[in-house]
Design a protein around this ligand. Structure first.
Ligand code: GLC
Ligand code: CA
Length: 558
């Protein structure tokens, strides 16, 4: 099957909608979303006005990290359907003029993968072990891990194996869960397997890959010890101690090593040998943006997720700084900037933007977290932030449910949580379940129309009926209507291919810009300001008479 859509550098301005298959739509009522569920809901996404969908993993997997632990890269997990279902879903998407991007998880496999099981069964020093990163332990009897690295999910990054006679053996590296052993990407065998995986999905007609942990595949030679800085993350490029810590964290000997680029150049050659314009999008948590731009040089990937933008608080000054830094870093390598506010790893922006505390990736919030967000304030800011984002030139990513204004689900019962982060930190970090709850389609149906039954793999809040898609459709002031209007205007005014020019708003808290024939004013402050003159094309919230209220963005005809 080949890609049927015309090529036009579509990815430079595309709006790409992330589907989290577990939680999008369930066709058979078992409480788990699946590929046929997705297929049947695609018309609603076409109506929303997006250009492409990106699907998080649906491959064979024991689901220890919600499918980011792949046990067969070339098959569909029965939980989600079959390869035929995938083909049928892709065909439907292409009929609707939607491109399909799939997730590629090359840093690690599941420990259930045949390649790892063979490695465990083989002797130290064997070709099978050389697929992964096995090492002898330190200490007199190898009882200490080979180095001091921590897992991203908490705890140590090494697990000791057992020899066939029951004695303790070598250790293997896992930057994430112990069920996610890291590959050794210096090994040409590994590279060949993944080239086959790319071809397998390209032959099935996919339009691209989102590449998981694209900053982690190569580790520094000799795996040196490394002690991370104290603070865990930041909410924007504001020059704080947390920023410095984040910058230092992105310098760990397992992140952003030069050797990764050669791999992407090889992949790019594979993609370019196919018809259509198939793309690679990097999940690379690399600071600063000028370094991240190395992932999207002309012969590497097409896009990289703009996490510095996602992490920026709702405030005019840092937003302007990160937007400038993004456009300048990416345009220096002739790549479009991307923009993103939510995904399956972070607190949904309708909650996050009302948090005051630093909220690092993957930490999540729960009933016992300090400083819980005010939902009305969060939604207000989220709508304003989205209206700003969708006015910017470049490509934007949306995460399923944000078009409904969904908040983070905070009060999930402890026993419902599934994120390995929660278990590996003994509940100290809530993890990411709160942004992964199955989304509501119909206000009055069981599981809010997520599936034909009331089943839902994570419990849905009792008060979600007003968020359901059918409750928001054709309602003039709903979040869904705002997204549809913004996407339609963005297309009509070709904002994705436009150019940004800053305007003087006369107020420190109000961002003002022009993109082509649209002027945008985003009031990030907490007081209303005078509404600039002009025909209103879009407003993220109600406009007081002659006023642009706090936390509101407006688009005017220039
Ligand atoms: C990426 C994914 C995340 C996953 C991790 C390990 O960060 O987005 O969900 O847990 O990689 O694969
Ligand atoms: Ca199902």
């Amino acid at each position: 099957m080949t890609s049927v859509l015309p090529s036009s550098q579509w990815w430079r301005s595309a709006v790409i909608y992330q589907i989290y298959p577990r939680s999008f739509a369930d066709s058979n009522g078992d409480g788990m979303g699946d590929l046929l569920g997705i297929r049947d809901r695609l018309p609603e996404l076409a109506e929303l006005g997006i250009d492409a969908v990106w699907l998080s993993p649906f491959y064979t997997s024991p689901q220890r990290d919600a499918g980011y632990d792949v046990a067969d890269y070339c098959d569909v997990d029965p939980l989600f359907g079959t390869l035929d279902d995938f083909d049928s879903m892709t065909a439907r998407a292409h009929e609707l003029d939607l491109r399909v991007i799939v997730d590629l998880v090359p840093n690690h496999s599941s420990s259930d993968h045949r390649w790892f099981q063979e490695a465990l069964a083989a002797a130290p020093g064997s070709d099978e072990r050389a697929r992964y990163i096995f090492r002898e332990g330190r200490g007199e009897n190898g009882e200490l891990p080979p180095n001091n690295w921590d897992s991203v999910f908490g705890g140590q990054a090494w697990t000791r194996t057992e020899n066939s006679d029951g004695t303790p053996g070598q250790w293997y590296l896992h930057l994430f869960d112990s069920t996610q052993p890291d590959f050794d990407w210096h090994n040409p065998w590994v590279r060949r397997q993944f080239e086959d995986v790319l071809r397998f999905w390209l032959d099935r007609g996919v339009d691209g890959f989102r590449v998981d942990v694209a900053h982690g595949m190569i580790k520094a030679d000799r795996l040196p010890d490394w002690t991370p800085p104290v603070a865990g993350g930041s909410m924007g490029g504001t020059g704080t101690a947390a920023d410095a810590a984040e910058l230092a964290a992105s310098r760990a000997p397992y992140w952003a090593q030069d050797g990764v680029h050669e791999i992407y150049r090889e992949w790019r050659r594979v993609l370019d040998s196919y018809d259509g314009e198939r793309i690679l999008a990097a999940e690379a948590w690399v600071d600063p943006l000028t370094d991240m731009a190395n992932w999207v040089r002309p012969d590497e990937m097409h896009q990289a997720f703009n996490f510095p933008y996602l992490e920026t608080p709702w405030a005019a000054e840092p937003l302007r700084a990160v937007i400038d830094a993004s456009i300048s870093a990416f345009s220096a390598v002739d790549a479009p900037s991307t923009w993103v506010l939510s995904n399956h790893d972070v607190v949904r922006h309708a909650s996050r933007l009302a948090l005051t505390a630093v909220n690092p990736q993957g930490h999540g919030i729960g009933p016992r977290s300090a400083g819980l967000p005010n939902p009305e304030l969060g939604l207000h800011r989220a709508r304003a932030a989205t209206a700003l984002m969708l006015s910017l030139p470049g490509s934007s990513y949306l995460y399923q449910g944000e078009e409904l204004g969904l908040p983070e689900v905070i009060d999930l019962p402890d026993e419902a949580r599934e994120d390995p982060t929660w278990f590996r930190t003994n509940g100290e970090r809530y993890g990411r379940d709160g942004c992964r709850v199955p989304i509501p389609w119909e206000a009055d149906a069981p599981s809010y129309g997520f599936g034909p039954t009331a089943a839902s793999w994570l419990p849905q809040p009792a008060d979600w009926a007003p968020f359901a898609r059918d409750a928001q459709r054709n309602v003039s002031d709903s979040t869904l209507t705002m997204y549809m209007m913004a996407l339609a205007l963005r297309r009509a005014h070709e904002l994705g291919m436009g150019e940004l020019e800053w305007l003087d708003s006369g107020d420190k808290t109000v961002l003002a810009l022009r993109n082509g024939d649209v002027r945008v004013y985003a009031n990030t402050g907490d007081a209303a300001v005078a509404l600039p003159a002009g025909e209103v094309l879009l407003a993220s919230g109600p406009l007081g008479d002659g006023k642009l209220p706090a936390d509101t963005t407006v688009w005017l005809r220039a």
